[in-house]
Design a protein around this ligand. Structure first.
Ligand SMILES: [Fe+2]
Ligand SMILES: [Fe+2]
Length: 294
């Protein structure tokens, strides 16, 4: 077995439990944030993963009920990064899962302070509502790892994205953290994605892609040795990117023979419009309740 042989999944269903858009007249709720449910069939049995936890549990639990998804089936949780629109619902969702020692996989720096100064100071990090103590009290077991972590045959996290393509060296959003009381730029080292290896290619699930969606895809391809990208699903955080960065990103995405792109959340309407123009039917704007099958 090669070091980079992560195995292959039999099949995968991705359900968007919450997103910034609700879709139309379906009775499903929206919130600024992301939470996806991944139901995978592996050679070692089924695996159900909660990827991100939105900012509030209640609307996610409402949507799960309407979508016929039972929180008790969730085997483990993966957090893409510290921002509260991806982590705020975690404690409530762990309570709904209702078990002890539910693995919560994230980067070691996820609990750090993270904030913006423009247009005004705002704390973006996990904060007291998702403290390590509350997570553990609710049944979570924090597994904090910067390296890629294989979760099951065909399922692996990217870990920290250390190799970045030139135009993605800095996050599009200017953020800060604290080191011994001093403010320093926060390059979002905790931004990680999930890679699922299927016969039809890679399915890459991102939170906000603060590490840069192209750098994430290149990392996933390099890690697995699989060049075909079946789909990228998640936020691309181009909402505050300039035109040059949007164009460079769209051009690079077009270089990959990506089967499907599902994005929304922090991608921004401008970048979404360009993706729609370039990818046509391969592009789909995400909203709550979408089910994507592989
Ligand atoms: Fe976000
Ligand atoms: Fe974010």
């Amino acid at each position: 077995m090669l070091d980079n042989d992560y195995g292959t999944l039999q099949n995968l269903t991705v359900t968007i439990l919450i997103e910034d858009y609700s879709g139309y007249d379906e009775g499903l709720l929206a919130q600024h944030g992301i939470s996806f449910l991944l139901e995978a069939e592996t050679v070692k049995g089924s695996k159900t993963i909660l990827f991100d936890a939105g900012q509030l549990a209640e609307p996610i639990l409402h949507n799960m009920k309407m979508l016929g998804k039972d929180p008790a089936t969730i085997d483990l949780v993966v957090l893409s990064h510290c921002h509260s629109d991806h982590t705020g619902g975690l404690v409530g969702l762990l309570e709904a899962i209702g078990r002890k020692r539910v693995p919560v996989i994230a980067h070691p720096s996820i609990c750090r302070t993270n904030f913006v100064l423009k247009p005004a100071f705002k704390s973006f990090g996990m904060g007291p509502a998702s403290s390590a103590a509350l997570i553990e009290n609710a049944g979570g077991e924090m597994i904090l790892v910067a390296e890629p972590l294989a979760l099951a045959p065909g399922i692996v996290t990217t870990g920290e994205i250390t190799d970045k393509i030139d135009f993605e060296a800095n996050p599009t959003l200017s953020m800060f953290t604290l080191e011994k009381g001093k403010m320093v730029a926060d390059f979002m080292p905790d931004d990680l994605s999930l890679v699922l290896v299927l016969d039809e290619g890679l399915v890459i699930i991102t939170g906000c892609s603060h590490a840069g969606v192209i750098s994430i895809i290149e990392t996933a391809v390099r890690m697995t040795g699989v060049e075909r990208v079946a789909a990228v699903i998640g936020g691309f955080h181009l909402i505050d990117a300039d035109d040059a960065r949007i164009e460079a990103t769209v051009k690079k995405l077009a270089d990959y023979d990506i089967g499907r792109i599902y994005t929304g959340h922090c991608t921004g309407l401008k970048a979404e419009a360009r993706l729609q123009q370039v990818f046509g039917k391969k592009f789909k704007k995400t909203h709550t309740g979408i089910t994507i099958k592989f």
